[in-house]
Design a protein around this ligand. Structure first.
Ligand SMILES: Cc1cc2nc3c(=O)[nH]c(=O)nc-3n(C[C@H](O)[C@H](O)[C@H](O)COP(=O)(O)OP(=O)(O)OC[C@H]3O[C@@H](n4cnc5c(N)ncnc54)[C@H](O)[C@@H]3O)c2cc1C
Length: 391
């Protein structure tokens, strides 16, 4: 008798589990969007409408060969079943929760329909194209990446980043990594105002073309034509019912065991941004969780009980500033690249003057080569059976 594995959420983690188990058992992937959103490339999509048209939204129809993708939203999940917004109920032997997180547009998309999402990117692109002065709230990876994209496309626009923190990119990264990013931002002409914030909310919506003057708590005033919110990630876990809800922490993250089962559960797993694992929330981590869960479900299906555990790697990040800029912190190269690519990048980076390779920091050229130039769109096009598309 075959077993049903229901995966709730078709983002980076969910698609990886679904594909890994597709040939093994009956997979049902539940996802409200009509396409996968490759949000690693979302900020380039705002700048370049061709990217929005061709590279951001990838249809699910060629992802699985046997499994089923159901376009619907889970509104209630218990230990053995999932109730969808349509009223349909799906019984499952194993459930994988992979509902990820939200982030303000344009970094993540806040509508399920890809045509509506493309329209939103296009309208916001037009508003941004006409703005001379841009304000970005948040000096984390999204704020910096967006600043880099804007400057790479429109060098003349004035871009200011405001953040109450004392430095850019909070997290367990070496100071030299931040210094390298600050050096490049300075060279691009991006203005950084740290240690302060706006006295009042802007009078316009984020991404709306409207000139206004903002006053900061430091007393400085900024006149800008458009602004974007570049902070505010939030896990999506409001659908857990009964026993499952006790695994949810106050901040919405879910407690998981070392083998990535939901705390207190035998047949329900959780992966990706929704987990309370103390590590940076990244697609790369979601995919590694997915590999562990797929392997564990396979073991359970075969009657085994020796499950694989997940070990978070050291904090690493690839932070492009436009197609040709940015920096990467890759301690121990944990899970980032295959061995040949590592050795090539190492050789080329080591040969450059002022290389920070001894600190596991890669410069702009290596960052571009590794990710910034194509933002991994070819990798995901291939996963979705579309690899001829960009050539
Ligand atoms: C601009 C930007 C760039 C980034 N770049 C990188 C990068 O280069 N490398 C990297 O490793 N990470 C990157 N990240 C982080 C990365 O996007 C997240 O860590 C990743 O999306 C998490 O994957 P996930 O599978 O947990 O969830 P998500 O990718 O958020 O997917 C969750 C899915 O679940 C669906 N869903 C939500 N609620 C329900 C429901 N009730 N029922 C059914 N389905 C539901 C959603 O529609 C969505 O498709 C970036 C993030 C941003 C914002």
């Amino acid at each position: 008798m075959r077993t049903t594995v229901a995966i709730v959420g078709g983002g980076y983690g969910g698609i990886t589990v679904a594909k890994a188990l597709d040939e093994v058992t009956d997979v049902v992937l539940i996802e409200p969007r009509d396409t996968f959103v490759h949000n690693t490339a979302a900020l380039r999509g705002l700048i370049d409408p061709q990217w929005t048209e061709q590279r951001l939204f990838l249809p699910y129809d060629r992802l699985l060969s046997r499994g089923q993708v159901i376009q619907d939203r889970a509104v209630r999940v218990d230990t053995r079943s999932i109730t969808l917004a349509s009223g349909m109920r799906i019984a499952a032997d194993y459930i994988v929760l992979a509902t990820g997180s939200t982030f303000p547009f344009p970094a993540k998309v806040d509508v399920d329909d890809s045509a509506a999402a493309k329209n939103k990117y296009r309208a916001t692109h037009n508003a941004l194209a006409n703005a001379d002065n841009v304000l970005l709230l948040g000096a984390g990876p999204v704020g910096l990446e967006l600043a880099g994209e804007i400057k790479a496309a429109w060098a003349d626009k004035a871009v200011t980043i405001v953040d109450p923190g004392r430095d850019i990119v909070a997290g367990d990264y070496p100071d030299e990594f931040r210094a390298e990013l600050r050096r490049q931002l300075d060279a691009l002409g991006v203005r950084l105002i740290l240690g302060t914030s706006l006295r009042e909310q802007p009078p316009s919506d984020a991404g709306e073309a409207k000139t206004f003057t903002a006053t900061l708590h430091s007393g400085q005033q900024l006149t800008v034509d458009i602004w974007f919110r570049c902070f505010g990630v939030a896990p999506v876990t409001g659908y857990l019912a009964d026993d499952l809800a006790s695994a949810r922490q106050e901040n919405g993250h879910l407690k998981v065991t070392a083998d990535l089962r939901l705390a207190g559960q035998q047949n329900v797993f959780a992966i990706g941004d929704i987990t309370a694992i103390p590590e940076a929330k990244q697609a790369g981590a979601a995919e590694q969780h997915a590999a562990v869960v797929a392997s564990n479900i396979r073991t359970l299906l075969h009657g085994g009980d020796e499950l694989t555990t997940y070990q978070p790697g050291p904090a690493g990040i690839v932070l492009p500033l436009g197609p040709k800029g940015g920096a990467t912190y890759a301690p121990g190269w944990h899970g980032y690249l295959d061995a040949d690519a590592v050795s090539q990048i190492r050789q080329r980076s080591a040969a450059r003057p002022n290389s920070l390779l001894h600190l596991d920091i890669l410069d702009a050229e290596a960052t571009s080569q590794f990710k910034g130039a194509d933002l991994m769109t070819d990798v995901y096009a291939e996963i979705f059976g579309l690899h001829q598309r960009h050539r």
